[in-house]
Design a protein around this ligand. Structure first.
Ligand SMILES: NC(=O)c1ccc[n+]([C@@H]2O[C@H](COP(=O)([O-])OP(=O)(O)OC[C@H]3O[C@@H](n4cnc5c(N)ncnc54)[C@H](OP(=O)(O)O)[C@@H]3O)[C@@H](O)[C@H]2O)c1
Length: 325
């Protein structure tokens, strides 16, 4: 098979399309012939040498894919060769073949082209596990999504709106905020020009956000506490603004607030399988009804993954950048 290999830590040019040994499905795994993968920010960090794959995972980048089942490993039931799937991966999606634990496969939601399904698994599992399963977002809550126009953000906006929540977003341009509005956000904050704490409080009669989905980490830590409503929950999933921060615990205690930080990739397979099952059962019906749409910014050939990394690094995209085999 061919795969995108990280030849050494560095910029996008270290990514090379090369012939490598075929992936093989071990016990409990399924071999998927990849139709497309998608770029995640973690892939950029892995390419730079800052985010090594977990033990046992493929050395090639790629945290998700869509494709067709090519073979079943020992002990796999419930799936057949030829089934179309979308998969959550610990790595290895930038390749023609990938082996994945069967519990991390999901059917392709009806109505979604197999190509676009490549960008669904990572955003759906991240948003569902954080916003629904951990933070318990419910109808009438206010969700603040940082980076509303990104891959995670575009899914989170639609999912929250479909669940009856009110959605606030931050983004870096008027165009991106307009896209967020079209997807269902109604409190729009340009983070380059406005203070999101003031803006969200002003739009909610001082109440603030019941749930914050944060990708900025240290840079937004205290302001996320400040914007929180009483009983609110902060879910940190990214560290784009640094890893080490300081918060006023008195403010968090006064609000009886919760602060949690999670990463999907490092979770054990059993937890990933539980998340995939919830996503297929609860989120896919919203995709099939049209309440949540895939947001594909562009499709780039997998062998040109370097170009896709440049696009995402420069934040030129809205939604997902897909990599077609
Ligand atoms: N923990 C996990 O399990 C997990 C899983 C998946 C993803 N993630 C993380 O989630 C984050 C988003 O992932 P993604 O795939 O959606 O990446 P993405 O599409 O590249 O989105 C990144 C977003 O960050 C926004 N951003 C940059 N600076 C900002 C600022 N100062 N304030 C607010 N937003 C800002 C960008 O907004 P503009 O383009 O408008 O500037 C962009 O929308 C990444 O950090 C990724 O590593 C974590």
């Amino acid at each position: 098979m061919h795969a995108v290999v990280i030849t050494e830590p560095g910029g996008p040019d270290v990514l090379r399309w090369q012939e490598v040994p075929d992936a093989v499905a071990g016990p409990g795994e399924v071999l998927v012939r990849v139709t497309a993968s998608a770029v995640n920010r973690a892939d950029l960090l892995q390419r730079q040498g800052f985010y090594p794959p977990p033990r046992g995972a493929s050395a090639y980048p790629g945290l998700e894919c869509s494709g067709v089942i090519a073979a079943l490993g020992d002990g796999v039931g419930g799936w057949s060769v030829g089934d179309e799937v979308t998969a959550l991966l610990a790595g290895g999606g930038y390749a023609e073949l990938v082996a994945v634990p069967a519990g991390q496969l999901m059917p392709v939601p009806r109505g979604v082209p197999l190509l676009d399904a490549a960008g669904l698994a990572e955003v759906a599992c991240t948003v569902w596990s954080n916003v629904v399963m951990d933070a318990g977002l419910s109808a009438g809550d206010v969700l603040l999504v940082h980076g509303g126009a990104g891959g995670i953000g575009t899914f989170a906006i639609q999912a929250a709106a479909a669940l009856g929540a009110r959605v606030a977003v931050t983004a870096g341009s008027a165009d991106k905020l307009e896209r967020c509005r079209e997807l269902g956000a109604d409190i729009l904050v340009n983070y380059r020009e406005q203070d999101f704490v003031e803006a969200v409080k002003a739009a909610t009669e001082g109440r603030g956000a019941d749930v914050v989905l944060d990708v900025m980490g240290a840079a937004y830590l205290q302001r996320n506490v400040d914007v929180l409503a009483t009983g609110g929950r902060i879910q940190v999933i990214g560290m784009q603004g640094g890893t080490t921060g300081e918060i006023n615990l008195g403010v968090l205690m006064g609000k009886r607030g919760q602060l949690r930080a999670t990463t999907l990739r490092a979770r054990p397979a059993s937890e990933k399988a539980a998340i995939c099952a919830r996503v297929a059962a609860e989120a896919w019906p919203l995709v099939e009804s049209g309440a949540i749409s895939t947001v594909t910014d562009r499709v780039i050939p997998l062998r040109d993954a370097a170009e896709a990394h440049r696009v995402v690094e420069a934040s030129e995209h809205v939604g997902k950048v897909l990599l077609a085999v």
